[in-house]
Ligand binder design. Structure first.
Ligand code: FES
Length: 342
């Protein structure tokens, strides 16, 4: 038996390694030619100290100088000593470059293009070697735009185990990918994607979660929800999905499907345009209620344009609400502009 260990680097690159139950994460990483930081390899120096975001493990033998009890309680671990007891996600305190690794390029075929609303395309890619791509729900890849030397970043809207990778793209008049999909794309085109990337991904559920999505920021949230269909959630999960106009609303049927399928999941949506036919008109902050915040003991996952991220942060700050975790991804029309964890 082997477990999958995700090594998430500071620059957003994530590499996955297979690790046996009696193998240390450091040994598995080196076997995969990934040089995570190491010095003593004996649990004495603390050089390899990392944060475990998800999963269970045996921490191994080490001294207090390398890892204090408080750090261990907070989820820090020593890859040179730890052995997995489940799949793991580790934040590695260095860049992929320093670890002498990089994001991987994958060859794919365009298998579907659909206009799923007046303002949104969906497209699907089939990987030549599907098994070679692992990603965490919420992450993105850089997609090469055919006929150019440019890439654009898109979050998976499909779950990590889906056979086909799917994406959402907001249509812009002169956007590079919009123009390609509108004017020249044909099913069967070859596209290259590089990744996976990003620190905006679903963590182990230890408390209620509030998901917030703006526009096509819904894509990574859909990937998270797809993953949740395979989990036994113990805590409520609520989504607030907001768009500018009715033309931007997508995937409500799919959200309803998840609501039916995941007992703990509920959702609301709103449209900012006063002329909208939606029941809730306004911004996502208008739908945040105390029942979604759980007195601050909540993990917030937010993906949307920068103004939305700042509006939500301001809304919580004004009410003296400090969520246990605030994971966010800001996206501009060209690429994600910032990711963060607080
Ligand atoms: Fe020294 Fe892990 S390398 S504690």
């Amino acid at each position: 038996m082997t477990y999958q260990v995700a090594l998430s680097f500071e620059d957003g690159v994530t590499r996955f390694v297979k690790c046996g139950p009696r193998e240390t994460v450091a040994d598995a990483s080196y076997r995969a030619r990934i040089n995570i930081p190491l010095d003593c390899r004996d649990g004495a120096c603390g050089t390899c100290k990392s944060l475990c975001e998800s999963g269970s493990y045996d921490g191994g033998d080490y001294i207090e100088d390398a890892l204090t009890d408080d750090e261990a309680t907070a989820g820090y671990c020593l890859p040179c000593q730890m052995t997995p007891q489940s799949d793991l996600v580790l934040q590695i305190a260095t860049t992929s470059d320093l670890a002498k690794t990089q994001a991987i390029a994958f060859d794919t075929t365009l298998t579907d293009i659909r206009r799923i609303s007046p303002g949104t395309y969906g497209f699907s890619l089939e990987l030549d070697d599907r098994d070679s791509l692992a990603f965490l729900p919420g992450q993105y890849v850089n997609v090469g735009v055919p006929g150019t030397d440019q890439t654009r970043s898109y979050s998976f809207s499909s779950g990590p185990t889906a056979a086909t990778a799917t994406f959402l793209i907001r249509i812009t008049d002169d956007g590079l990918m919009s123009s390609y999909l509108r004017d020249t794309a044909c099913v069967g085109d070859r596209l290259q994607v590089t990744g996976p990337m990003g620190s905006f991904f679903l963590r182990e559920a230890k408390r209620p979660a509030l998901l917030m999505a703006g526009g096509t920021g819904l894509a990574p949230i859909l990937s998270m929800l797809e993953s949740m269909t395979r989990l036994e959630l113990q805590h409520p999960v609520h989504l607030i999905y907001g768009v500018s106009t009715d033309a931007d609303l997508v995937e409500l049927d799919r959200l309803q499907f998840y609501s039916d399928r995941i007992p703990q999941f509920t959702f609301d949506h709103c449209v900012a345009d006063a002329a909208s036919t939606a029941i809730n008109k306004g911004y996502v902050t208008s739908l945040v209620g105390p029942e979604h915040i759980n007195g601050g003991d909540v993990d917030v996952y937010l993906c949307g344009p920068p103004a939305m991220v700042e509006a939500v942060r301001g809304h919580l700050r004004e009410r003296d609400i400090e969520p246990a975790h605030f994971y966010y991804e800001k996206f501009a029309l060209v690429a994600p502009v910032a990711q963060g964890v607080r």
